[in-house]
Design a protein around this ligand. Structure first.
Ligand SMILES: *[C@@H]1O[C@H](CO)[C@@H](O)[C@H](O)[C@H]1NC(C)=O
Ligand SMILES: *[C@@H]1O[C@H](CO)[C@@H](O)[C@H](O)[C@H]1NC(C)=O
Ligand SMILES: *[C@@H]1O[C@H](CO)[C@@H](O)[C@H](O)[C@H]1NC(C)=O
Ligand SMILES: *[C@@H]1O[C@H](CO)[C@@H](O)[C@H](O)[C@H]1NC(C)=O
Length: 511
Protein backbone atom coordinates (compact mmCIF):
# COMPACT_ATOMS: atom_id res chain seq x y z
CA UNK A 1 0.00 0.00 0.00
CA UNK A 2 2.38 2.73 -1.13
CA UNK A 3 0.20 5.83 -0.45
CA UNK A 4 -0.33 4.87 3.19
CA UNK A 5 3.34 4.14 3.61
CA UNK A 6 4.26 7.51 2.17
CA UNK A 7 2.20 9.25 4.83
CA UNK A 8 3.57 7.22 7.71
CA UNK A 9 7.10 7.55 6.47
CA UNK A 10 6.86 11.33 6.93
CA UNK A 11 6.54 10.99 10.68
CA UNK A 12 9.80 10.25 12.44
CA UNK A 13 10.26 9.29 16.10
CA UNK A 14 10.46 12.89 17.21
CA UNK A 15 7.63 13.94 14.99
CA UNK A 16 10.00 16.19 13.06
CA UNK A 17 9.27 16.54 9.38
CA UNK A 18 11.55 14.81 6.93
CA UNK A 19 11.77 15.00 3.20
CA UNK A 20 9.36 12.36 1.82
CA UNK A 21 11.27 9.45 0.40
CA UNK A 22 9.86 8.67 -2.99
CA UNK A 23 10.88 5.19 -4.20
CA UNK A 24 13.50 5.48 -6.86
CA UNK A 25 13.89 3.59 -10.05
CA UNK A 26 15.56 0.21 -9.23
CA UNK A 27 19.20 0.09 -10.34
CA UNK A 28 18.64 -2.56 -12.99
CA UNK A 29 15.74 -0.62 -14.53
CA UNK A 30 15.32 2.55 -16.47
CA UNK A 31 12.18 4.47 -15.73
CA UNK A 32 10.06 7.18 -17.25
CA UNK A 33 7.08 8.89 -15.61
CA UNK A 34 4.85 5.87 -16.19
CA UNK A 35 7.04 2.96 -17.26
CA UNK A 36 9.92 0.84 -16.04
CA UNK A 37 12.17 -1.30 -18.23
CA UNK A 38 14.35 -3.77 -16.35
CA UNK A 39 17.21 -5.90 -17.66
CA UNK A 40 19.28 -8.61 -15.89
CA UNK A 41 17.26 -8.20 -12.69
CA UNK A 42 18.08 -10.72 -9.96
CA UNK A 43 14.71 -10.47 -8.22
CA UNK A 44 11.54 -8.53 -8.76
CA UNK A 45 12.20 -5.14 -7.11
CA UNK A 46 10.15 -4.39 -4.01
CA UNK A 47 9.44 -0.79 -5.00
CA UNK A 48 9.02 1.31 -8.10
CA UNK A 49 8.34 5.00 -8.57
CA UNK A 50 4.62 5.65 -8.19
CA UNK A 51 2.56 5.97 -11.33
CA UNK A 52 4.18 3.09 -13.19
CA UNK A 53 1.59 1.60 -15.55
CA UNK A 54 3.96 -0.40 -17.74
CA UNK A 55 6.63 -2.80 -16.53
CA UNK A 56 8.98 -4.83 -18.69
CA UNK A 57 11.45 -7.42 -17.44
CA UNK A 58 13.85 -9.04 -19.88
CA UNK A 59 16.92 -11.24 -19.46
CA UNK A 60 16.05 -11.54 -15.81
CA UNK A 61 18.23 -13.77 -13.65
CA UNK A 62 15.33 -15.32 -11.75
CA UNK A 63 13.59 -18.53 -12.83
CA UNK A 64 10.55 -18.44 -10.57
CA UNK A 65 8.15 -15.67 -9.66
CA UNK A 66 6.85 -15.81 -6.10
CA UNK A 67 3.33 -15.21 -4.89
CA UNK A 68 2.11 -11.60 -4.97
CA UNK A 69 5.36 -10.36 -6.56
CA UNK A 70 3.53 -7.53 -8.32
CA UNK A 71 0.81 -6.88 -5.78
CA UNK A 72 2.18 -3.39 -4.99
CA UNK A 73 1.66 -2.34 -8.60
CA UNK A 74 -2.10 -2.17 -8.85
CA UNK A 75 -2.06 0.60 -11.42
CA UNK A 76 -0.13 -1.64 -13.80
CA UNK A 77 -1.78 -2.01 -17.20
CA UNK A 78 1.06 -3.59 -19.19
CA UNK A 79 3.30 -6.31 -17.89
CA UNK A 80 5.88 -7.88 -20.16
CA UNK A 81 7.93 -10.64 -18.53
CA UNK A 82 9.60 -11.73 -21.73
CA UNK A 83 12.79 -13.41 -22.92
CA UNK A 84 13.79 -14.78 -19.56
CA UNK A 85 14.15 -18.25 -18.22
CA UNK A 86 11.07 -18.30 -16.02
CA UNK A 87 10.13 -21.91 -15.31
CA UNK A 88 7.54 -21.66 -12.58
CA UNK A 89 4.92 -19.25 -11.34
CA UNK A 90 2.89 -19.27 -8.19
CA UNK A 91 -0.86 -19.47 -8.53
CA UNK A 92 -1.11 -15.98 -6.98
CA UNK A 93 1.65 -14.37 -9.04
CA UNK A 94 -0.66 -11.78 -10.55
CA UNK A 95 -2.85 -11.18 -7.55
CA UNK A 96 -3.86 -7.55 -7.16
CA UNK A 97 -3.27 -6.51 -10.77
CA UNK A 98 -6.81 -5.20 -11.19
CA UNK A 99 -5.92 -2.80 -14.01
CA UNK A 100 -3.89 -5.18 -16.14
CA UNK A 101 -4.98 -5.34 -19.77
CA UNK A 102 -1.83 -6.73 -21.43
CA UNK A 103 0.28 -9.55 -20.11
CA UNK A 104 3.15 -11.33 -21.79
CA UNK A 105 5.07 -14.34 -20.53
CA UNK A 106 6.48 -15.09 -23.95
CA UNK A 107 9.85 -16.73 -24.56
CA UNK A 108 10.32 -18.22 -21.14
CA UNK A 109 10.66 -21.82 -20.16
CA UNK A 110 7.20 -22.53 -18.81
CA UNK A 111 5.95 -26.09 -19.08
CA UNK A 112 2.64 -25.47 -17.39
CA UNK A 113 0.74 -22.70 -15.67
CA UNK A 114 -0.89 -23.06 -12.27
CA UNK A 115 -4.65 -23.35 -12.28
CA UNK A 116 -6.54 -20.07 -11.83
CA UNK A 117 -3.42 -18.02 -12.64
CA UNK A 118 -5.54 -15.47 -14.51
CA UNK A 119 -8.54 -15.63 -12.24
CA UNK A 120 -8.57 -12.04 -10.94
CA UNK A 121 -7.35 -10.38 -14.13
CA UNK A 122 -10.86 -9.19 -14.92
CA UNK A 123 -10.07 -6.79 -17.76
CA UNK A 124 -7.19 -8.62 -19.42
CA UNK A 125 -7.56 -8.25 -23.19
CA UNK A 126 -4.25 -9.62 -24.49
CA UNK A 127 -2.20 -12.51 -23.26
CA UNK A 128 1.00 -13.64 -24.98
CA UNK A 129 2.28 -17.09 -24.01
CA UNK A 130 4.28 -17.84 -27.14
CA UNK A 131 7.74 -19.33 -27.05
CA UNK A 132 7.33 -21.56 -24.02
CA UNK A 133 7.65 -25.33 -23.85
CA UNK A 134 4.21 -26.36 -22.69
CA UNK A 135 3.68 -29.92 -21.62
CA UNK A 136 0.18 -30.81 -22.72
CA UNK A 137 -1.00 -33.03 -19.88
CA UNK A 138 -3.54 -32.79 -17.10
CA UNK A 139 -1.83 -29.77 -15.59
CA UNK A 140 -2.86 -27.59 -18.52
CA UNK A 141 -6.32 -28.99 -19.00
CA UNK A 142 -7.68 -25.95 -17.17
CA UNK A 143 -5.88 -23.64 -19.61
CA UNK A 144 -7.51 -25.35 -22.58
CA UNK A 145 -10.82 -24.96 -20.81
CA UNK A 146 -10.14 -21.30 -19.98
CA UNK A 147 -8.98 -20.39 -23.49
CA UNK A 148 -12.17 -21.88 -24.89
CA UNK A 149 -14.30 -19.51 -22.79
CA UNK A 150 -12.26 -16.34 -22.32
CA UNK A 151 -12.61 -13.14 -24.31
CA UNK A 152 -8.89 -12.43 -23.83
CA UNK A 153 -6.99 -12.68 -27.07
CA UNK A 154 -4.27 -15.34 -26.92
CA UNK A 155 -2.01 -15.83 -29.98
CA UNK A 156 -1.46 -19.47 -30.97
CA UNK A 157 0.69 -21.59 -28.67
CA UNK A 158 1.89 -25.16 -29.19
CA UNK A 159 2.63 -28.26 -27.15
CA UNK A 160 6.30 -29.15 -26.74
CA UNK A 161 5.55 -32.49 -25.08
CA UNK A 162 4.49 -35.25 -24.47
CA UNK A 163 5.35 -36.99 -27.69
CA UNK A 164 1.78 -37.67 -28.82
CA UNK A 165 0.86 -33.98 -28.52
CA UNK A 166 4.11 -32.48 -29.84
CA UNK A 167 3.46 -29.55 -32.18
CA UNK A 168 -0.30 -29.54 -31.58
CA UNK A 169 -1.92 -26.13 -31.29
CA UNK A 170 -3.22 -25.82 -27.75
CA UNK A 171 -6.29 -23.93 -29.01
CA UNK A 172 -7.24 -27.00 -31.02
CA UNK A 173 -7.24 -29.29 -28.00
CA UNK A 174 -10.40 -29.90 -26.07
CA UNK A 175 -10.70 -30.88 -22.41
CA UNK A 176 -11.74 -34.32 -23.67
CA UNK A 177 -8.22 -34.84 -25.07
CA UNK A 178 -6.98 -35.30 -21.52
CA UNK A 179 -7.54 -38.40 -19.48
CA UNK A 180 -7.04 -36.95 -16.04
CA UNK A 181 -8.96 -39.36 -13.91
CA UNK A 182 -6.75 -41.61 -11.85
CA UNK A 183 -7.16 -43.44 -8.58
CA UNK A 184 -5.48 -44.17 -5.31
CA UNK A 185 -5.81 -47.01 -2.85
CA UNK A 186 -5.70 -45.45 0.61
CA UNK A 187 -5.91 -47.30 3.92
CA UNK A 188 -9.46 -46.87 5.21
CA UNK A 189 -9.75 -49.22 8.15
CA UNK A 190 -7.24 -51.32 10.07
CA UNK A 191 -8.33 -54.54 11.75
CA UNK A 192 -6.01 -55.42 14.65
CA UNK A 193 -5.58 -59.08 13.80
CA UNK A 194 -3.90 -61.39 11.35
CA UNK A 195 -5.96 -63.37 8.90
CA UNK A 196 -5.52 -65.79 6.01
CA UNK A 197 -8.86 -65.56 4.22
CA UNK A 198 -11.34 -62.78 3.53
CA UNK A 199 -14.71 -63.21 1.87
CA UNK A 200 -17.53 -60.72 1.48
CA UNK A 201 -21.22 -61.53 1.25
CA UNK A 202 -24.62 -59.91 1.45
CA UNK A 203 -27.24 -61.23 3.77
CA UNK A 204 -30.54 -59.69 4.99
CA UNK A 205 -29.66 -56.48 3.10
CA UNK A 206 -26.43 -56.10 5.02
CA UNK A 207 -22.88 -56.24 3.79
CA UNK A 208 -20.61 -58.62 5.69
CA UNK A 209 -17.03 -59.81 5.55
CA UNK A 210 -15.64 -63.02 7.04
CA UNK A 211 -12.01 -63.46 8.06
CA UNK A 212 -10.22 -66.68 9.01
CA UNK A 213 -7.91 -66.04 11.96
CA UNK A 214 -5.84 -69.13 12.72
CA UNK A 215 -3.88 -67.58 15.60
CA UNK A 216 -6.90 -66.35 17.64
CA UNK A 217 -8.89 -69.39 16.53
CA UNK A 218 -11.93 -67.71 14.99
CA UNK A 219 -13.85 -67.11 11.86
CA UNK A 220 -14.71 -63.49 12.54
CA UNK A 221 -17.56 -61.68 10.84
CA UNK A 222 -17.78 -57.92 10.43
CA UNK A 223 -20.83 -56.00 9.23
CA UNK A 224 -20.78 -52.67 7.41
CA UNK A 225 -22.17 -49.90 9.60
CA UNK A 226 -24.00 -47.45 7.31
CA UNK A 227 -23.93 -44.71 9.94
CA UNK A 228 -20.34 -44.89 11.15
CA UNK A 229 -19.16 -45.95 7.69
CA UNK A 230 -16.86 -48.66 9.04
CA UNK A 231 -16.89 -52.43 9.34
CA UNK A 232 -18.02 -53.33 12.82
CA UNK A 233 -17.34 -56.59 14.71
CA UNK A 234 -20.40 -58.80 14.41
CA UNK A 235 -19.79 -62.40 15.37
CA UNK A 236 -17.15 -65.07 16.05
CA UNK A 237 -17.23 -68.74 15.15
CA UNK A 238 -14.73 -70.72 17.16
CA UNK A 239 -12.36 -72.44 14.74
CA UNK A 240 -9.09 -73.44 16.33
CA UNK A 241 -6.99 -73.51 13.17
CA UNK A 242 -9.20 -71.81 10.58
CA UNK A 243 -7.63 -71.51 7.16
CA UNK A 244 -10.74 -70.59 5.23
CA UNK A 245 -14.17 -69.23 6.15
CA UNK A 246 -16.45 -69.40 3.15
CA UNK A 247 -19.97 -67.98 3.33
CA UNK A 248 -22.67 -69.21 1.00
CA UNK A 249 -26.25 -67.98 0.97
CA UNK A 250 -28.69 -70.59 -0.32
CA UNK A 251 -32.42 -70.00 -0.36
CA UNK A 252 -32.09 -66.98 2.00
CA UNK A 253 -30.18 -69.06 4.51
CA UNK A 254 -26.56 -68.38 5.40
CA UNK A 255 -24.09 -71.24 5.66
CA UNK A 256 -20.44 -70.98 6.56
CA UNK A 257 -17.93 -73.57 5.44
CA UNK A 258 -15.15 -73.46 8.03
CA UNK A 259 -12.02 -75.23 6.85
CA UNK A 260 -9.49 -76.05 9.57
CA UNK A 261 -6.01 -77.49 9.46
CA UNK A 262 -6.64 -79.57 12.58
CA UNK A 263 -9.82 -80.93 14.08
CA UNK A 264 -11.68 -81.33 10.81
CA UNK A 265 -13.73 -78.92 8.76
CA UNK A 266 -17.36 -78.06 9.45
CA UNK A 267 -20.45 -76.42 8.05
CA UNK A 268 -22.41 -73.95 10.14
CA UNK A 269 -25.86 -72.53 9.61
CA UNK A 270 -26.97 -69.09 10.81
CA UNK A 271 -30.08 -69.03 12.97
CA UNK A 272 -32.01 -65.86 13.66
CA UNK A 273 -33.70 -66.55 16.97
CA UNK A 274 -31.52 -66.56 18.95
CA UNK A 275 -28.86 -65.23 16.57
CA UNK A 276 -26.11 -67.82 16.40
CA UNK A 277 -24.26 -70.24 14.19
CA UNK A 278 -25.15 -73.89 14.62
CA UNK A 279 -22.85 -76.62 13.39
CA UNK A 280 -24.89 -78.77 11.01
CA UNK A 281 -22.27 -80.97 9.45
CA UNK A 282 -18.70 -82.27 9.60
CA UNK A 283 -16.68 -82.69 6.45
CA UNK A 284 -15.28 -86.18 6.01
CA UNK A 285 -11.69 -86.08 7.31
CA UNK A 286 -10.65 -89.11 5.30
CA UNK A 287 -11.14 -87.07 2.14
CA UNK A 288 -10.24 -83.56 3.23
CA UNK A 289 -7.13 -83.72 5.39
CA UNK A 290 -5.35 -80.44 4.88
CA UNK A 291 -7.72 -77.91 3.36
CA UNK A 292 -6.20 -74.84 1.78
CA UNK A 293 -9.04 -73.10 -0.01
CA UNK A 294 -12.82 -73.26 -0.51
CA UNK A 295 -14.65 -72.32 -3.71
CA UNK A 296 -18.44 -72.16 -4.11
CA UNK A 297 -20.34 -72.24 -7.39
CA UNK A 298 -23.72 -72.94 -8.97
CA UNK A 299 -24.11 -75.55 -11.69
CA UNK A 300 -27.38 -76.54 -13.38
CA UNK A 301 -29.27 -74.64 -10.63
CA UNK A 302 -27.57 -76.52 -7.84
CA UNK A 303 -25.11 -75.26 -5.25
CA UNK A 304 -21.68 -76.81 -4.80
CA UNK A 305 -18.54 -76.11 -2.91
CA UNK A 306 -15.08 -77.51 -3.53
CA UNK A 307 -12.31 -77.79 -0.94
CA UNK A 308 -8.76 -77.79 -2.27
CA UNK A 309 -6.74 -80.27 -0.26
CA UNK A 310 -2.99 -79.79 0.04
CA UNK A 311 -2.09 -83.04 1.82
CA UNK A 312 -0.49 -85.97 0.05
CA UNK A 313 -3.19 -88.43 0.96
CA UNK A 314 -6.27 -86.23 0.70
CA UNK A 315 -7.99 -85.06 -2.44
CA UNK A 316 -9.82 -81.98 -3.57
CA UNK A 317 -13.47 -82.74 -2.91
CA UNK A 318 -16.75 -81.42 -4.19
CA UNK A 319 -19.92 -81.19 -2.11
CA UNK A 320 -23.45 -80.55 -3.37
CA UNK A 321 -26.35 -78.90 -1.56
CA UNK A 322 -29.37 -81.13 -1.23
CA UNK A 323 -32.22 -79.20 0.49
CA UNK A 324 -31.02 -79.90 4.03
CA UNK A 325 -27.32 -80.50 3.87
CA UNK A 326 -24.23 -80.81 1.72
CA UNK A 327 -23.56 -84.23 0.26
CA UNK A 328 -20.19 -85.47 -0.82
CA UNK A 329 -20.40 -85.40 -4.61
CA UNK A 330 -17.02 -86.18 -6.10
CA UNK A 331 -13.36 -86.45 -5.17
CA UNK A 332 -10.93 -85.17 -7.75
CA UNK A 333 -7.42 -86.47 -8.23
CA UNK A 334 -5.67 -87.55 -5.00
CA UNK A 335 -1.96 -87.20 -4.26
CA UNK A 336 -1.48 -83.86 -5.94
CA UNK A 337 -1.35 -81.47 -2.99
CA UNK A 338 -3.77 -78.92 -4.42
CA UNK A 339 -3.49 -75.35 -3.27
CA UNK A 340 -6.40 -73.69 -5.04
CA UNK A 341 -9.50 -74.34 -7.12
CA UNK A 342 -11.19 -71.84 -9.43
CA UNK A 343 -14.60 -72.26 -11.05
CA UNK A 344 -15.30 -70.67 -14.44
CA UNK A 345 -17.83 -70.88 -17.20
CA UNK A 346 -16.33 -70.65 -20.70
CA UNK A 347 -18.62 -70.74 -23.73
CA UNK A 348 -21.25 -72.69 -21.80
CA UNK A 349 -18.75 -75.20 -20.43
CA UNK A 350 -18.20 -75.31 -16.71
CA UNK A 351 -14.67 -75.90 -15.57
CA UNK A 352 -12.54 -76.13 -12.48
CA UNK A 353 -8.92 -75.10 -12.58
CA UNK A 354 -6.80 -76.87 -9.97
CA UNK A 355 -3.47 -75.50 -8.85
CA UNK A 356 -1.20 -78.12 -7.31
CA UNK A 357 2.18 -78.37 -5.67
CA UNK A 358 2.98 -81.51 -7.70
CA UNK A 359 2.13 -80.51 -11.27
CA UNK A 360 1.21 -77.59 -13.55
CA UNK A 361 -2.41 -76.36 -13.23
CA UNK A 362 -5.05 -78.59 -14.82
CA UNK A 363 -8.62 -78.16 -16.01
CA UNK A 364 -11.54 -80.40 -15.09
CA UNK A 365 -14.70 -80.06 -17.15
CA UNK A 366 -18.30 -80.71 -16.12
CA UNK A 367 -19.89 -83.61 -17.93
CA UNK A 368 -23.60 -82.89 -17.74
CA UNK A 369 -24.82 -86.40 -18.48
CA UNK A 370 -22.52 -87.96 -15.90
CA UNK A 371 -22.94 -85.00 -13.50
CA UNK A 372 -19.24 -85.26 -12.76
CA UNK A 373 -16.12 -83.29 -13.47
CA UNK A 374 -13.68 -85.10 -15.74
CA UNK A 375 -10.05 -84.33 -16.50
CA UNK A 376 -9.88 -82.06 -19.52
CA UNK A 377 -6.45 -80.56 -20.08
CA UNK A 378 -3.30 -79.09 -18.68
CA UNK A 379 -3.04 -75.31 -19.08
CA UNK A 380 0.70 -74.76 -19.36
CA UNK A 381 3.99 -76.42 -18.57
CA UNK A 382 4.55 -74.04 -15.66
CA UNK A 383 5.10 -75.68 -12.27
CA UNK A 384 4.81 -74.16 -8.79
CA UNK A 385 1.58 -72.28 -9.43
CA UNK A 386 -0.05 -71.33 -6.13
CA UNK A 387 -3.29 -70.00 -7.51
CA UNK A 388 -5.04 -69.44 -10.84
CA UNK A 389 -7.70 -66.75 -11.11
CA UNK A 390 -9.67 -65.71 -14.15
CA UNK A 391 -11.07 -62.40 -15.38
CA UNK A 392 -12.76 -61.06 -18.49
CA UNK A 393 -11.89 -57.96 -20.51
CA UNK A 394 -14.39 -57.18 -23.29
CA UNK A 395 -15.53 -60.81 -23.49
CA UNK A 396 -12.00 -62.15 -23.72
CA UNK A 397 -10.98 -64.60 -21.01
CA UNK A 398 -7.67 -64.23 -19.20
CA UNK A 399 -6.01 -66.23 -16.45
CA UNK A 400 -3.42 -65.10 -13.95
CA UNK A 401 -1.12 -67.75 -12.55
CA UNK A 402 0.67 -66.86 -9.34
CA UNK A 403 4.00 -68.34 -8.56
CA UNK A 404 5.70 -67.79 -5.23
CA UNK A 405 9.10 -66.92 -6.69
CA UNK A 406 10.01 -66.27 -10.29
CA UNK A 407 7.35 -64.84 -12.54
CA UNK A 408 3.60 -64.86 -12.29
CA UNK A 409 1.91 -65.07 -15.67
CA UNK A 410 -1.04 -63.68 -17.57
CA UNK A 411 -2.57 -65.99 -20.18
CA UNK A 412 -5.22 -65.23 -22.78
CA UNK A 413 -7.77 -67.80 -23.99
CA UNK A 414 -7.56 -68.04 -27.76
CA UNK A 415 -10.39 -70.46 -28.44
CA UNK A 416 -8.27 -73.61 -28.36
CA UNK A 417 -5.61 -72.88 -25.83
CA UNK A 418 -4.19 -70.37 -23.39
CA UNK A 419 -1.38 -68.17 -24.67
CA UNK A 420 1.03 -66.40 -22.34
CA UNK A 421 0.96 -62.66 -22.90
CA UNK A 422 2.72 -61.17 -19.89
CA UNK A 423 4.91 -62.00 -16.92
CA UNK A 424 4.85 -60.16 -13.60
CA UNK A 425 7.71 -60.54 -11.11
CA UNK A 426 6.77 -62.53 -7.98
CA UNK A 427 8.51 -61.81 -4.69
CA UNK A 428 6.88 -64.33 -2.45
CA UNK A 429 3.40 -64.29 -3.99
CA UNK A 430 0.72 -66.45 -2.40
CA UNK A 431 -2.32 -64.56 -3.66
CA UNK A 432 -3.44 -62.75 -6.77
CA UNK A 433 -6.72 -60.95 -7.27
CA UNK A 434 -8.21 -59.54 -10.47
CA UNK A 435 -11.01 -57.05 -9.85
CA UNK A 436 -12.79 -54.14 -11.48
CA UNK A 437 -13.88 -50.77 -10.17
CA UNK A 438 -16.16 -49.08 -12.69
CA UNK A 439 -14.45 -49.44 -16.06
CA UNK A 440 -11.02 -50.05 -14.54
CA UNK A 441 -9.60 -53.59 -14.56
CA UNK A 442 -7.01 -54.13 -11.83
CA UNK A 443 -4.85 -56.99 -10.72
CA UNK A 444 -3.36 -57.16 -7.24
CA UNK A 445 -0.34 -59.39 -6.83
CA UNK A 446 0.45 -60.03 -3.18
CA UNK A 447 4.04 -60.31 -2.05
CA UNK A 448 5.76 -61.58 1.11
CA UNK A 449 9.23 -60.24 0.29
CA UNK A 450 8.41 -56.87 -1.19
CA UNK A 451 5.52 -54.43 -1.59
CA UNK A 452 2.39 -55.92 -3.04
CA UNK A 453 1.58 -54.36 -6.36
CA UNK A 454 -1.61 -53.20 -8.01
CA UNK A 455 -1.56 -53.32 -11.80
CA UNK A 456 -4.00 -51.51 -14.08
CA UNK A 457 -5.08 -52.98 -17.39
CA UNK A 458 -4.13 -50.82 -20.37
CA UNK A 459 -6.53 -51.23 -23.28
CA UNK A 460 -4.05 -49.89 -25.80
CA UNK A 461 -1.32 -52.46 -25.17
CA UNK A 462 -3.66 -55.10 -23.73
CA UNK A 463 -1.26 -55.59 -20.86
CA UNK A 464 -1.15 -54.68 -17.20
CA UNK A 465 0.85 -51.61 -16.23
CA UNK A 466 2.23 -51.15 -12.69
CA UNK A 467 -0.17 -48.85 -10.89
CA UNK A 468 0.49 -48.65 -7.15
CA UNK A 469 2.53 -50.37 -4.46
CA UNK A 470 0.83 -51.34 -1.22
CA UNK A 471 2.61 -52.15 1.99
CA UNK A 472 0.99 -55.32 3.36
CA UNK A 473 2.64 -58.02 5.40
CA UNK A 474 2.31 -61.50 3.97
CA UNK A 475 -1.04 -61.04 2.19
CA UNK A 476 -3.02 -64.24 1.74
CA UNK A 477 -6.38 -63.20 0.27
CA UNK A 478 -8.23 -60.17 -1.08
CA UNK A 479 -11.84 -59.16 -1.57
CA UNK A 480 -13.49 -56.09 -3.09
CA UNK A 481 -16.60 -54.74 -1.37
CA UNK A 482 -18.72 -51.93 -2.78
CA UNK A 483 -21.08 -50.32 -0.33
CA UNK A 484 -22.48 -46.78 0.21
CA UNK A 485 -20.64 -45.53 -2.90
CA UNK A 486 -17.34 -46.70 -1.52
CA UNK A 487 -15.17 -49.31 -3.17
CA UNK A 488 -13.11 -51.10 -0.60
CA UNK A 489 -10.37 -53.62 -1.08
CA UNK A 490 -9.87 -55.92 1.89
CA UNK A 491 -6.56 -57.66 2.40
CA UNK A 492 -6.02 -60.60 4.74
CA UNK A 493 -2.54 -60.42 6.20
CA UNK A 494 -0.80 -63.39 7.77
CA UNK A 495 1.87 -61.36 9.59
CA UNK A 496 0.38 -57.94 10.15
CA UNK A 497 -2.89 -56.12 10.56
CA UNK A 498 -5.71 -56.96 8.20
CA UNK A 499 -6.48 -53.89 6.10
CA UNK A 500 -9.27 -52.25 4.14
CA UNK A 501 -8.17 -49.86 1.39
CA UNK A 502 -10.54 -47.41 -0.19
CA UNK A 503 -10.38 -46.88 -3.94
CA UNK A 504 -10.41 -43.10 -4.36
CA UNK A 505 -10.92 -41.32 -7.66
CA UNK A 506 -8.34 -38.60 -8.22
CA UNK A 507 -8.68 -35.79 -10.77
CA UNK A 508 -5.13 -34.98 -11.82
CA UNK A 509 -6.24 -31.74 -13.47
CA UNK A 510 -7.66 -30.32 -10.25
CA UNK A 511 -4.34 -29.45 -8.61
C1 LIG B 1 -17.23 -12.30 -23.34
O1 LIG B 1 -17.92 -11.24 -23.96
C2 LIG B 1 -19.31 -11.45 -24.10
C3 LIG B 1 -19.88 -10.28 -24.90
O2 LIG B 1 -19.46 -9.06 -24.38
C4 LIG B 1 -19.93 -11.57 -22.71
O3 LIG B 1 -21.31 -11.83 -22.82
C5 LIG B 1 -19.26 -12.74 -21.98
O4 LIG B 1 -19.76 -12.84 -20.65
C6 LIG B 1 -17.77 -12.55 -21.94
N1 LIG B 1 -17.17 -13.74 -21.38
C7 LIG B 1 -16.36 -13.73 -20.34
C8 LIG B 1 -15.83 -15.05 -19.90
O5 LIG B 1 -16.05 -12.70 -19.78
C1 LIG C 1 -14.64 -62.13 18.96
O1 LIG C 1 -13.36 -62.46 19.47
C2 LIG C 1 -12.51 -61.35 19.70
C3 LIG C 1 -11.15 -61.87 20.10
O2 LIG C 1 -11.26 -62.68 21.27
C4 LIG C 1 -13.14 -60.44 20.74
O3 LIG C 1 -12.31 -59.31 20.93
C5 LIG C 1 -14.49 -60.00 20.26
O4 LIG C 1 -15.13 -59.21 21.21
C6 LIG C 1 -15.37 -61.19 19.90
N1 LIG C 1 -16.57 -60.67 19.27
C7 LIG C 1 -17.80 -61.13 19.52
C8 LIG C 1 -18.92 -60.47 18.80
O5 LIG C 1 -17.99 -62.03 20.30
C1 LIG D 1 -36.23 -73.01 0.38
O1 LIG D 1 -36.74 -72.91 1.70
C2 LIG D 1 -38.12 -73.22 1.80
C3 LIG D 1 -38.55 -72.93 3.22
O2 LIG D 1 -37.68 -73.53 4.15
C4 LIG D 1 -38.34 -74.66 1.38
O3 LIG D 1 -39.69 -74.96 1.42
C5 LIG D 1 -37.81 -74.85 -0.04
O4 LIG D 1 -37.91 -76.20 -0.41
C6 LIG D 1 -36.37 -74.42 -0.12
N1 LIG D 1 -35.90 -74.49 -1.50
C7 LIG D 1 -34.76 -75.07 -1.84
C8 LIG D 1 -34.42 -75.01 -3.29
O5 LIG D 1 -34.01 -75.60 -1.04
C1 LIG E 1 -19.54 -87.50 -20.75
O1 LIG E 1 -19.07 -88.77 -20.38
C2 LIG E 1 -19.54 -89.81 -21.23
C3 LIG E 1 -19.09 -91.15 -20.64
O2 LIG E 1 -17.69 -91.16 -20.41
C4 LIG E 1 -18.98 -89.61 -22.63
O3 LIG E 1 -19.42 -90.62 -23.50
C5 LIG E 1 -19.41 -88.22 -23.12
O4 LIG E 1 -18.82 -87.94 -24.36
C6 LIG E 1 -19.03 -87.14 -22.13
N1 LIG E 1 -19.61 -85.89 -22.55
C7 LIG E 1 -18.89 -84.84 -22.79
C8 LIG E 1 -19.63 -83.62 -23.23
O5 LIG E 1 -17.68 -84.84 -22.69
Amino acid sequence: MPPLCLLLCLVGETGAKRVPKIPRCPVTCSCTKDSAFCVDTKAIPKSFPPGIISLTMVNAAFTTIPEGAFSHLHLLQFLFVENNDVQALSKHTFRGLKSLTHLSLSNNNLQFLPRELFKYLDILTDLDLRGNSFRCDCKIKWLVDWMEKTNTSVPAIYCASPFEFQGRRIHDLTPRDFNCISADFAVYETFPFQSVSVESYEFNNNQFVAFAQPDTGFCTLFVWDHVEMVFRMYHNITARSAVYCKPVVINNTLYMVVAQLFGGSHIYKWEEDPQRFVKIQDIDTTRVRKPNFVETFQLDDEWYFAVADSSKAGSTSIYRWNSNGFYSHQSLHPWHRDTHVEFLDVEGKQRLILSSASQPPVVYQWNRSLRQFAFHSQITETFDVQMVKHFWVRNVLYLCLTRFIGDSKILRWEGQRYVEIQTLPSRGSMAVYPFTVGPRQYLLLGSDFSFSRVYLWDDLTQRFQPFQELNMRAPRAFSLVSVDNKDMLLAASFKGNTLAYQHLIVDLSAK
